[in-house]
Ligand binder design. Structure first.
Ligand code: ATP
Ligand code: MG
Length: 152
């Protein structure tokens, strides 16, 4: 999944002079959900990381299993412009965009994260964001681990 996304975004990553570090291990637990929709989530998060990270930045994608809760966390982390604390609660609203980002970015409608949130809700998942202005942003999406013995 991360490979195919990296291939799709490669020209943009290169044009923006960014590095994409794929730290997703070879053998990760499966998550239950719609593969197309979950790919859409990842695409949106990585596209944002590309859009809001100045040249020379680093985007890291990683994944971890929380053994206790059987949740799988997928993290997309960048070294970009960051999001001011007062804007964080609103970034998942439709059409909401942070001002300084709007001036830098050429395009964008402010729908990406609203779609991400919607898809996560459909999957009973959760999304977490940590950000520091001028230092970078990390989004972590939490999804249920796929449990084959339940037949689902
Ligand atoms: P679209 O995704 O529809 O093209 P968009 O990227 O502006 O437009 P969202 O993806 O919903 O919309 O993001 C909302 C706002 O959150 C962005 O405009 C930007 O201000 C901020 N944002 C999102 N991701 C990041 C990030 N990785 N770094 C800094 N700011 C971000
Ligand atoms: Mg976006």
């Amino acid at each position: 999944l991360v490979e195919s996304m990296a291939v799709k975004l490669a020209p943009r990553i290169e044009a923006a002079e960014l590095t994409l570090d794929n730290r997703v291990p070879q053998h990760m637990p499966l998550v239950s959900g719609d593969p197309d929709l979950l790919a859409e989530v990842l695409m949106n998060l990585v596209a944002n990381a590309v859009q809001y990270t100045p040249a020379g930045g680093l985007i890291t994608v990683s994944m971890a299993l929380d053994v206790g809760s059987h949740m799988v966390g997928i993290s997309v982390k960048d070294t970009g412009i960051g999001i001011p604390a007062q804007d964080l609660p609103r970034i998942f609203e439709r059409f909401y965009r942070v001002d300084r980002a709007r001036s830098r970015a050429s395009g964008g409608t402010g729908l990406g994260l609203a779609i991400v949130k919607h898809i996560m809700e459909l999957h009973g998942g959760r999304i977490e964001v940590k950000s520091t202005v001028g230092a970078g942003t990390e989004f972590i999406v939490w999804l249920m681990e796929y449990e084959s013995e339940q037949g689902g």
